[in-house]
Design a protein around this ligand. Structure first.
Ligand SMILES: C[S@@+](CC[C@H](N)C(=O)[O-])C[C@H]1O[C@@H](n2cnc3c(N)ncnc32)[C@H](O)[C@@H]1O
Length: 282
């Protein structure tokens, strides 16, 4: 796991998804490529390495959240596909593997990431022997400086047809104005378009007992060159989403997600923390 990746956070998330595959049974999120994309499949050292990297109780809760959010996105995708949506845009895709596992014959998957991260991922897929199917299109876009809806059609995206956007683990790293601008862009697409994203609570809304954990994580990601730049008040965000034109919004916190995905386990795995998951439909 001594690899250099342009996005340290994308690598850590991928390692935690891989850890979930081997450490948390039953799994909340099945990703048969999670180990392979990291070059860990079949490696007897994988389990101890992943265990050591994720040893603290807080790390376990974070891993639970990452598993739940990927499952949440892929459940929203199932729902969208059932409505006839055939475009799925993975924003800030990092090492997400859905595009290489896509089971829906009509679905085109567009991965958006910063050009250097995307190039690194494509080399990683090739190195790991994971074919990128024809349904997977790559759109190198920096969301901080480029217009998403202007760039996506270059990769074959049809702005006249609905799409589901998955935007996981990215909003926190962008200023609030950029987060809202990207969400607003989704509402310019036809009815049945939707977005799934996670966000952090505004720091003043984080419970005091979790504030130290937040501060430590914020310091770590800042040191890795990807500082947290936004946090939201759920009530204000809901009002913003309604004002933009989203007609149905579900916004789930740690307790609701734990009840939905981690009930009836005997290993105590569940979510604690300050991040929430939203599914908003145009
Ligand atoms: C924490 S990772 C999450 C990766 C992936 N969504 C996942 O859940 O595995 C954040 C990702 O957002 C990408 N990202 C951050 N800022 C971005 C920007 N301005 N434009 C495009 N991608 C960005 C990073 O390159 C990285 O791949």
């Amino acid at each position: 796991m001594h690899v250099t990746c342009p996005s340290r956070t994308a690598l850590r998330v991928a390692q935690r998804r891989a850890a979930h595959q081997v450490l948390d049974l039953p799994r909340v999120f099945d990703d048969p490529l999670a180990l392979r994309i990291l070059g860990l499949e079949g490696d007897p050292a994988a389990r101890p390495l992943l265990e050591a990297a994720d040893a603290s109780p807080y790390a376990r809760g974070l891993r639970a959240f990452l598993a739940a959010r990927s499952r949440f996105a892929e459940e929203a995708l199932r729902q969208a596909v059932d409505l006839g949506v055939d475009q799925y845009v993975v924003l800030g895709a990092g090492l997400d593997t859905f595009g290489c596992r896509n089971p829906y014959p009509e679905l085109r998957v567009f991965e958006v990431d910063r050009p250097e991260m995307q190039a690194w991922k494509r080399a990683r897929l090739a190195g790991a022997g994971i074919p990128a199917p024809a349904s997977l299109r790559f759109a190198p876009v920096d969301l901080a400086t480029q217009d998403l809806l202007a760039e996506l059609p270059r990769a074959g995206f049809d702005p006249a047809a609905p799409a589901l956007f998955a935007w996981l683990g990215v909003a926190q790293y962008l200023p609030a104005a950029e987060v809202l601008a990207t969400l607003r862009a989704v509402t310019r697409l036809p009815e049945d378009s939707a977005v799934v994203f996670d966000y952090a609570l505004a720091p003043h809304l984080i419970e005091p007992r979790l504030r130290g954990v937040y501060d430590a994580l914020a310091a770590r990601v800042a040191a890795a060159g990807e500082p947290f730049q936004s946090g939201f008040d759920p009530a204000a965000l809901r009002a913003d989403l309604a004002g933009m034109g989203f007609t149905a919004v579900s916004d789930l916190g740690p307790d609701e997600l734990t009840a939905r995905y981690f009930a009836d386990r005997d290993d105590g795995l569940g979510i604690r923390g300050f991040t929430r998951l939203v599914h908003a439909i145009v």
